[in-house]
Ligand binder design. Sequence first.
Ligand SMILES: C[S@@+](CC[C@H](N)C(=O)[O-])C[C@H]1O[C@@H](n2cnc3c(N)ncnc32)[C@H](O)[C@@H]1O
Length: 214
Amino acid sequence: MNPDFWLNKWEKGETGFHSNESHPFLTEFWLQVPACQRVFVPLCGKSLDMLWLRSQGLAVLGVELSERAVKDFFQSANLQPEISRHGALQIWRSDDIEILCGDFFALTVADLGGCDVIYDRAALIALPPPLRLRYAQTIKYFFPQGTKMLLVTLDYPQSEMDGPPFSVGEEAVRALYQGANIEQLASRDVLPDNQRFSQRGVSRLFEDAYLVTL
Ligand SMILES: C[S@@+](CC[C@H](N)C(=O)[O-])C[C@H]1O[C@@H](n2cnc3c(N)ncnc32)[C@H](O)[C@@H]1O
């Protein structure tokens, strides 16, 4: 997936992945994540989950390719961000929420200052296999062993539909995060609530939550 693919999706408003509510797995399982201070939200889009995390007293650091998404996020949250630049990254900041607008793969460890936990909803599954592996390796490189991640993925027969979103089942999660401790917290049939998948011929769709300890 080259950057233009996602930038076009945002320009055309083709953002079916965006939800107007906090993700149920986040609100249900966040208690299982040990106390932390600053949450890293890779490939964050304009997710309202960032506001929910902030409402729990946490600072949030997102990274997102699309400036349109970042702008929409701050506008719809009625926040007035300060915008600055750091190399290739634009930094949008309002109080405890900061979004780095740019390419995840261009980040350095220094950009993630103070993040001690990760929330990945629809980031890993947004990426095709080679990039997905590079993404997981980058996460493992950025964060020390023992860091916790709440990971939300989709699992469906990949032969029935082209991604994104891609299917990343439990076995694939374990292979990508080899060496990590991986606990599956939930696996729910979400096909009845996702007509856009059944319309594209998908016969089985599960949404899974994992607590990953790197
Ligand atoms: C499927 S969406 C998920 C967004 C968000 N996590 C959510 O739950 O709504 C994937 C997002 O990743 C962004 N993205 C894709 N590749 C990226 C990259 N290399 N660096 C930063 N963001 C990227 C896209 O623009 C898109 O907003």
